[in-house]
Design a protein around this ligand. Structure first.
Ligand code: SAM
Length: 218
């Protein structure tokens, strides 16, 4: 188990600069954090490094394969529709997990965010992606060639959203969000290096809760 975890963490290490840039957007002390869709918790050491007063880190993860590897946090068998986090937190983190949230689950997700939020709670997003027009054009071509609309369906648990769609989702729930483009020359979480052919664009973002607009440099 330890060997698998070390291999996984080494594999994710290439994303470290991205995580650090995202964390730099959080200009406050965080004592309680909830990581939603935490996986094996590979980036938890970065949280303890950034927030020396961090006392409690909840790691919400529905999949026991990842959850069983979590060592630095309190693992919770929860999901977007039911976090099961027992207290209000200073920061809510989504790392490569927000794009797994279906449109049907979004209202529950935002209700749960509200439930565990204080007026100054922030929400941090990292290792996330949006799609660009190239993606849409390629899918239209595939659709015409295959003669069906399946090519637009969510795949591998990923919900493909444009930058505008993501901004509008947050606007609907009362948040201003600025997506910071990440241009690291890295391999994608699933589809290979960022390129004209890939058409995924990577981002990180920080939003404050209602009453605290967070990073509003739109
Ligand atoms: C790409 S992994 C990212 C894991 C980790 N946060 C990281 O940065 O490596 C996506 C994670 O989202 C979790 N996930 C998928 N559906 C979820 C849901 N409905 N609620 C909460 N987490 C979910 C998966 O189990 C998985 O651990």
């Amino acid at each position: 188990m330890k060997r698998i975890l070390i291999k996984e963490i080494k594999g994710m290490a290439k994303y470290a600069p991205w995580v650090k840039k995202a964390l730099a957007l959080v200009n406050k002390d965080c004592k309680v954090i909830a990581d939603i869709g935490a996986g094996c918790g590979w980036l938890h050491p970065f949280l303890f490094e950034k927030f020396p007063n961090l006392k409690t880190l909840y790691a919400v993860e529905p999949n026991n394969i990842g959850r069983d590897k979590i060592t630095l946090a309190t693992p919770i068998n929860g999901c977007f529709t039911d976090f099961k986090v027992p207290e209000k937190v200073d920061l809510i983190l989504f790392s490569a997990s927000f794009h797994h949230c279906s449109p049907e689950d979004l209202p529950y997700l935002f209700a749960n965010i509200k439930n565990i939020s204080k007026p100054d709670t922030g929400i941090l997003f990292v290792t996330e992606f949006y799609i660009n027009w190239g993606w849409i054009i390629r899918r239209i071509i595939s659709c015409l060639r295959m003669g069906n609309l399946d090519v637009f369906a969510p795949a591998g648990g990923n919900y493909f959203r444009t930058k505008r769609q993501i901004i509008n989702i947050f606007k609907n729930y009362g948040f201003d969000i600025k997506l910071h483009r990440e241009r690291l020359k890295i391999t994608s979480l699933t589809t290979g290096p960022q390129s004209l052919l890939n058409n995924w664009r990577y981002y990180y973002a920080y939003v404050g809760n209602k009453g605290n607009k967070g990073d509003t440099s739109l």
